[in-house]
Design a protein around this ligand. Structure first.
Ligand code: FAD
Length: 323
């Protein structure tokens, strides 16, 4: 059954986030040959439509308004509701990001639709769209289908492969005018808390540090290794609680969920709450001086040793491989 599917394009610092391209691929599966429509919401975002087309969108809908220059759930839900009313889709896909987690339930409730959140795969099986999502902090997986109404889902970053980029692919851009009213919050300024660089939730390589690093200075080599590998630095809650790094780096049950190609855990014991945020990483490397540390139970490669001796060697080796 061919469906029309809307894919929300998440804009960050003037660019579409990668997860939006992954969402297009998910949208294609849900559409089963129907139309996949990218949706851009903001103030002056129309110029990003080409990026959506390059990754497979058939059409792009743009909603621009000066009150949409910063994200607010009030403003964006009004904009998206206008798009849904106009387009009448059978499917909607968001990235499972902070913004997606905030906005998608609000929109789903306004549409009286169900929501499958945090899907890591989408398949078309015998007329059904089957979503797989982790449960019990990633210890098990469940498969879900939507039996009536709009097929509305959020997808976890780094799990669904985007279509191959085709810069020749283009399409029609439609503009929808909305009257944004009654914003209960107005964002005056956004102050960046973490450093510049690769977004932790979308990074292909994550170097995460734990309490074993002993201090904020102990974290510095992690950034050096991340820079060499083009990755991002993360942390255990133990390290955040100890004040070695900012809580925005925390990975785990009460932190961020990451699924990089390579996760290097440095001085992290592997508590269940930490594993909940990284156990689906494709390759896990652990460095720990305790051979009994739980992190080794899920690691693909383990280095038993003092991290302060191992890290400098690893950084030098990686640098020499890059030259
Ligand atoms: P530790 O457990 O203290 O481990 C430090 C490790 O470093 C040890 O294995 C040690 O052998 C190793 N080490 C020490 N020195 C060296 C050295 N020189 N060389 C090599 N290795 C060394 N935790 C999270 O991470 N994320 C969460 O989201 C999270 N949510 C939680 C939610 C709840 C409700 C609760 C109760 C807990 C949560 N926790 C979370 C905390 C979690 O239970 C652990 O306390 C925490 O993950 C431990 O952090 P750690 O591994 O850095 O520290």
């Amino acid at each position: 059954m061919a469906r029309k599917v809307l894919v929300f394009g998440e804009v960050k610092e003037g660019s579409l986030r990668n997860v939006s391209f992954e969402a297009i691929a998910a949208g294609k599966t849900i559409a089963e040959g129907g139309e996949v429509v990218g949706v851009l919401v903001g103030d002056a975002v129309a110029q990003l439509a080409d990026h959506f087309f390059h990754y497979g969108a058939d059409r792009v809908v743009v909603v621009e308004h000066e009150k949409l220059n910063h994200y607010t759930s009030d403003g964006y839900s009004q904009a998206l509701l206008a798009v849904v009313n106009e387009e009448k889709p059978e499917g909607i896909v968001f990235g499972h990001t902070s913004l997606g987690k905030d906005l998608s339930p609000k929109l789903a409730s306004k549409l009286d639709a169900g929501l499958i959140s945090d899907a890591i795969s989408v398949e078309a099986v015998g007329g059904n769209i089957v979503f797989t999502r982790p449960i019990y902090s990633g210890k098990a997986f469940e498969k879900k289908i939507v039996t009536s109404g709009i097929i509305f889902a959020t997808i976890r970053p780094n799990n669904i492969t985007p279509l191959v980029k085709d810069e020749a692919h283009t399409g029609e851009v439609t503009t929808i005018a909305v009257d944004i009213k009654d914003l209960r919050t107005i964002i005056k300024e956004v102050v960046r808390k973490t450093s510049e660089g690769v977004d932790l939730t979308e990074a292909k390589v994550v170097i995460a540090g734990g309490r074993g690093l002993k201090s904020a200075d102990g974290f510095k080599p992690l950034q050096e290794l991340a820079d060499v590998l083009g990755g991002a630095v993360g942390a255990s809650r133990g390290a955040c609680d100890a004040g070695y790094c900012d809580y925005s780096l925390q990975i785990g049950q009460t932190g961020k969920v990451v699924t990089p190609d390579l996760y290097i855990a440095v001085g992290i014991s592997g508590a269940i709450q930490h594993l909940a945020g990284m156990s689906n990483s494709k390759v896990i490397v652990a460095i720990n001086k305790d051979p009994e540390a739980n992190i080794f139970n899920i690691a693909d490669y383990g280095i038993v040793g003092d991290l302060f001796e191992v890290l400098p060697i690893l950084i030098e080796e990686m640098k020499s491989l890059k030259v």
